[in-house]
Design a binder for this molecule. Sequence first.
Ligand SMILES: [Zn+2]
Length: 412
Amino acid sequence: MVTVTLQTNHARLQQRLNDLSTIGVLPYGGVRRMAYSPEDLAARQQMITAMEQVDMAITIDAAGNIIGRYSGTQDLPALATGSHIDTVPAGGRYDGALGVLAGIEVVATLHEAGQRLKHPIEVIVFTDEEGEMIGSKAMAGTAHYTDAEFYQRLDGTSIQTCLQRIGGDWKQLATAQRTSQDVAVYLELHVEQGGVLEARECQIGVVQGIVSLQRYLVTISGRPNHAGTTPMDMRQDALYAASLLVAAVHDVAVDIPGDQVATVGYLDVTPNAANIVPGQVDLTIDMRDLSLETIETMVNALQQRVQKIEVTTGTQIQLERQHAVEPTLASPRIQETIAAVCDSLKLSHYSMPSRAIHDAQEMGRFTQMGMIFVPSQAGVSHAEDEYTSPEQCGQGADVLLHTLLQLDLNLL
Ligand SMILES: [Zn+2]
């Protein structure tokens, strides 16, 4: 058990969440605050002001990340926390915002108590998490440094212009890179964005890691032909093959133990006409799990099914891997610390992977990473009715505070 005396101010955290959500507010209570937009700029300024009020020193790196630093009593690498304040086009009030504001609330609590840790605390507002994650990628050294076009906005605005708006500098992007000598730990509080905690009636999620994502583009080639004159046994129906493949994708995920997921979310039928046997189908397969081995098992099982489907339907099926993101595991020590803090605060907790991508995924590539989840009502996120109660937000902030306090003592 760890001793817990300090508590974050839940009402103040709620007030800050309310204030931030007024910037880019939508008619039904959601938020539109796209990276680099005037709303994003205003929100960034609001964060800087809040950080300065609690004696944090502000730096903006070349990737436009805002780094607020609350100095420690010793010359040690930082304990960093944070998240993002940009949103999807019609997002909620909590995704990202909670992590940043809880970080500021943790510092405000320490500042009010006149307390400094041995390590400096950093609260980081990462640039464009909902887009290309240039902020955390630049910090981890995984950004596409030479490919400016990769980061170009849909409206044609260049990344150079975007970064300039927020105080960054594309040409200096590599200078944003940091190491574990600078950041000893990165701990992010985030809403779960799924329904697991609610279903399990648990208050806090202890994140085991952020899953690997692999995406395949599949082309099924059959033969388009007359829907009336082509007998059933003479068809090469690409959509019939696709239907068997969709079922196979579902099967390979549920046939082995574990909570891996696999999805066909996109399907394009050619020629897509009522009176023609479909000649070609393009579809995507998205597979996610913490373990690369599990994903490999699913892929192997799928390949066997594909061969059978080709024989049954007379089609040809090509799988091309489009996209593969390595998993990032959370530090076991940080997971244990979060769980111990929850026990002391009498909060129930549940260990789970994150199946959504977060800045922590990139930060975890160069330093010890941990994540704390709080429940999302009905599992809804990236939507206007995203909701996490004031009590749940406050509980998350308290776990963040005490985990940082414990890590401060035990990392030395
Ligand atoms: Zn987020």
